[in-house]
Design a protein around this ligand. Structure first.
Ligand code: LIP
Length: 263
């Protein structure tokens, strides 16, 4: 039987190689390959190339596992393990030359539904920041050799991140939710890459994070980081726009966010 640590080591090696490719392509200039759901939701040539590399490496290392990737869809496996991959999370940052983008690779067991899977390993590698966040189930969350822990108390107000997504028709509603959260907040951050929002909560750089509309590949690796760093992570079923809600934070703030957002 493969252990979570073995899956972690595979994810780490592949994410490092994939990040190097993403960074190199960024240096050569970015060409936009297509728009996805809205004009702001773009996919670059590099997204596709990096995902192809990750898929290829995983097929070599773990031919019996399933695969679910943002750009190339899914393929079932026979081992019960599925790799969930966002080749470049934070594509808009990437396209605009901002360093907050990351390769996100997770191995999960069971369903690929975020409310049901059991995450085994996760790596969020941000090549332009030179940082790699990693976790294996039961082994803690790490940045280099530093073990990560979420913040526990935020007496002077919490530093909270969120995202508004790319669909303009949902922005007004999200801003109304944000206004309900503001009494808890010291200030708000919008990093632009969900995997990094999650990694930063795990690292105690943010007290909490919430966003509607995340996809499995945006959060699979990052949520394991937060769980392993002692945080709470919640996935709530979709609203009327079909957008599920993600909330992550230390236990105290998590509950406060949940009540303010969902009532
Ligand atoms: C994006 C996120 C971003 C979120 C968007 C989108 P992509 O991922 O990480 O923070 O607000 O909805 O999911 O498209 O750059 O991989």
């Amino acid at each position: 039987m493969t252990t979570p640590l073995e899956l972690h080591d595979i994810a780490l090696e592949i994410a490092t190689e994939a990040g190097e490719l993403a960074r190199r392509r960024r240096g050569e200039g970015v060409s936009i390959a297509a728009s996805k759901s809205t004009i702001a939701d773009i996919v670059t040539e590099a997204d596709r190339e990096v995902e192809a590399l990750i898929r290829d490496r995983l097929a070599q290392a773990r031919p019996e596992d399933g695969f679910l990737g943002e750009e190339s869809g899914d393929a079932g496996g026979t081992s019960g393990v599925t790799w969930i991959v966002d080749p470049i999370d934070g594509t808009v940052n990437y396209a605009f030359g901002m360093p907050s983008y990351a390769v996100s690779i997770a191995a999960v067991e069971g369903s690929v539904h975020p409310g049901e899977w059991r995450a085994l390993a996760g790596v969020v590698h941000a090549p332009a920041l030179g940082e790699t966040f990693r976790a294996a189930a039961g082994e803690g969350a790490w940045l280099g050799e530093e073990r990560l822990a979420v913040t526990e108390h935020t007496p002077a107000g919490a530093l909270i991140a969120t995202g508004l997504g790319y669909d303009q028709s949902t922005h007004a509603g999200d801003l109304e939710v944000l206004s309900r959260v503001m009494p808890l907040a010291r200030d708000i951050r919008r990093i632009g890459a969900a995997s990094l929002d999650l990694a930063f909560v795990a690292a105690g750089r943010l007290d909490g994070y919430f966003e509607r509309g995340l996809q499995p590949w945006d959060l699979a690796a990052g949520r394991l980081l937060v769980d392993e760093a002692g945080g709470r992570t919640g996935w709530f079923e979709p609203d009327e726009h079909g957008r599920a809600l993600t909330i992550v934070a230390g236990p105290e703030l998590y509950e406060q966010l949940r009540v303010r957002i969902l009532g």
